[in-house]
Every structure is written in structure tokens, then in C-alpha cells.
Design a binder for this molecule. Sequence first.
Ligand SMILES: [Zn+2]
Length: 47
Amino acid sequence: MAEEAKFKCLRCGHGFTAPYTPKVAEERACPKCDSNSVRRLKEKKDS
Ligand SMILES: [Zn+2]
């Protein structure tokens, strides 16, 4: 089961959530501007 991780594009600032598998180092591309300058954000779970 894949985790959901938050990503943010460093180019256009678009934030999005995508499935993330820790074992697989896959490159992410921004769905908005197609840049691969995407940074994964640490997930904060507020309960
Ligand atoms: Zn972007």
C-alpha cells in the first residue's frame, strides 16, 4: 500500500498530493507545468 505524500513544485509553486513508495526513488514531475523541480514535503498529521 503506497503512502500519500505531499509535493511542491519549486518552479510554479503548485502543491499536490501523490502516492509515494519509499523504496522506489522515482522522479516526480509537476502536473501543472511539467517541471521536475519537485520537492517532497514532510507530512504533518494533525489529529
Ligand atoms: Zn509546476
